[in-house]
Design a protein around this ligand. Structure first.
Ligand SMILES: [Zn+2]
Length: 77
């Protein structure tokens, strides 16, 4: 399930269904590859994608609102 704390990440992704398999599609660039949906539905790979793909504006936006302490972002999902 998508935790509320991490729901914001979905501002930058959407679910797409390819041959019955759900992937996460980055909305920032059409050049980005689809990300797999982990079994535990964790949002980690989306956050990693923002980092590794240089989506710094999105990453900032993700960290900006909703949480006051940076340390709460990782552990609560
Ligand atoms: Zn991307």
């Amino acid at each position: 399930m998508v935790g509320q704390k991490n729901a914001k990440i979905w501002n930058f992704f959407k679910i797409v269904n390819v041959d019955g398999i759900e992937f996460r599609k980055c909305l920032i660039s059409s050049k980005c590859k689809l990300l797999p949906t982990p079994k535990d539905s964790s949002t980690g790979n989306m956050i990693n994608h923002l980092k590794s793909s240089g989506h710094e504006a999105a990453l900032k936006e993700y960290h900006k609102e909703g949480t006051n302490e940076e340390s709460t972002i990782v552990n609560f999902g």
